[in-house]
Design a binder for this molecule. Structure first.
Ligand code: FAD
Ligand code: DHB
Length: 390
């Protein structure tokens, strides 16, 4: 088999890249080791930057997003006795949208199937090879058990943190930077109307808590827990009680409801370079991970793809290699700025020690966001997202 771009992974990065390439007349094949049901149900991110929404809309993927997504013009930051709001349009002229990653993935899969473009679920033994030649290959065993070899012009690793693509870059060429945080997020989804119109990020001496949502009927909430915690030890009652303690504010109450999903996610920052080796390009979580505070992971994957789609169209359709050659440098600038923002939000809001000095430093930073318009603007600019392509 022959295609121009072989894409490993049908997460947001791989699916969106396939979509943007198809719109510009560049063929691609996407292979995914999980089932369609699995990738469409995998609960992850929930907040889309303005630039992500604009890109999806321009790509013809905005119909359900605009119908069901919730535009948010601000977020709340909280610490004991205080809940303060950042007004995004006033500070930046932009907003964010609450629309689950599950929904983005469903829209992308549906668009690909409607267009009858190749997307193979439940493949095994994915191998990328011959990356330093003009004819790299993507091999896999399809769901019927047949071995397939795709001859490509370019292979893209959009296969997330655990996928095989990053490891196909020779070890001596690779450099990684990593930080594992000493806390994790326990996340729940519950059938209860959100108790707030906008997200609440709460600092509390017992640990961070957050109130988010997926719709007017479904709330998403998170608690900072120790990474060694086991989800079996957290009954729904225990979770709600802890959320009520950490999110409490005079005159406000948290509504509870039936929990239908819960899990614990470790938190790390990770950046791997290069993002290109010969004819292999990496995008999204395959090359970098940010901790979830600030909701950047999915948006950063989309930003990579915005750059990479342009670079591959120029390379493969117009024979111009300039953007492909600068992809890594351009992408990494945003990656590091987002790594910095996510790490800053994380360390400002999570409590690790009983050291009262550390706590006062965190509170001073939080208060500064509301006493300095420069600090407020900086947080808001990063939260709503840097312009795509920068
Ligand atoms: P992925 O979504 O990981 O997609 C990669 C795809 O490649 C997967 O479908 C995988 O099955 C497939 N794949 C892997 N190996 C192979 C193989 N050998 N062959 C074929 N296919 C393969 N971000 C936020 O902003 N907010 C959040 O609240 C948040 N929560 C998260 C919770 C969890 C548990 C995780 C893991 C991530 C979370 N993120 C969050 C991050 C965000 O979801 C990711 O940044 C985003 O999914 C990146 O998209 P991607 O397409 O690069 O990678
Ligand atoms: C959500 C996740 C985040 O990491 C975040 O900062 C805000 C919201 C969410 O899942 O809704």
């Amino acid at each position: 088999m022959r295609t121009r771009v072989g894409i490993v992974g049908a997460g947001p990065a791989g699916l969106l890249l396939g979509h943007l390439l198809a719109q510009r007349g560049v063929d691609a094949v996407i292979v995914e080791n999980r089932s369609r049901d699995y990738v469409e149900a995998r609960i992850r991110a929930g907040v889309l930057e303005q630039g992500t929404v604009d890109l999806l809309t321009k790509a013809g993927l905005g119909e359900r997003l605009h119908r069901e997504g919730l535009r948010h013009d601000g977020v709340n930051l909280q610490w004991p006795g205080e809940r303060a709001r950042l007004d995004f349009p006033a500070l930046t002229g932009k907003s964010v949208w609450v629309y689950g990653q599950t929904e983005v993935v469903k829209d992308l899969v549906q668009a690909r199937l409607d267009a009858a473009l190749p997307l193979h679920f439940e493949v095994t033994e994915t191998v990328v090879a011959d990356l330093e030649t003009d004819r790299p290959t993507l091999s896999f065993t399809d769901s019927s058990g047949a071995r397939q070899v795709l001859d490509c012009d370019v292979v893209v690793g959009a296969d997330g943190f655990h996928g095989p693509s990053r490891g196909a870059i020779p070890e001596p060429r690779r450099q990684t930077w990593e930080r594992t945080y000493p806390y994790a997020w326990l996340g729940i989804l519950a059938h209860v109307a959100p108790s707030t119109d906008e997200l609440i990020y709460a600092w509390h001496p017992r640990g961070f808590a957050m109130h988010s949502m997926r719709s007017h009927q479904v709330s998403r909430l998170y608690l900072q827990v120790d990474p060694t915690e086991r989800i079996e030890d957290w009954s729904d009652d225990r979770i709600w009680t802890e959320l009520q303690t950490r999110l409490s504010l005079d005159g406000w109450s948290l509504e509870t409801g039936p929990v239908f999903d819960k899990g614990i996610t470790p938190m790390r920052s990770f950046v791997s370079s290069p993002m290109r080796h010969g004819r292999l390009f990496l995008a999204g979580d395959a090359a970098h991970i940010v901790p979830p505070t600030g909701a950047k992971g999915l948006n950063l994957a989309v930003a990579d793809v915005a750059l990479l789609s342009r670079a591959l169209v120029a390379l493969l359709r117009d024979g111009n290699a300039r953007l492909a050659d600068t992809y890594e440098d351009t992408a990494l600038q945003r990656v590091w700025r987002t790594t910095y923002f996510s790490s800053w939000m994380t360390t400002m809001l999570h409590t690790t020690s009983d050291d009262p000095f550390d706590h006062q430093l965190q509170l001073a930073q939080l208060r500064q966001v509301f006493s300095s318009s420069a600090a407020a603007t900086l947080l808001a600019e990063n939260y709503v997202g840097l312009p795509l392509g920068e």
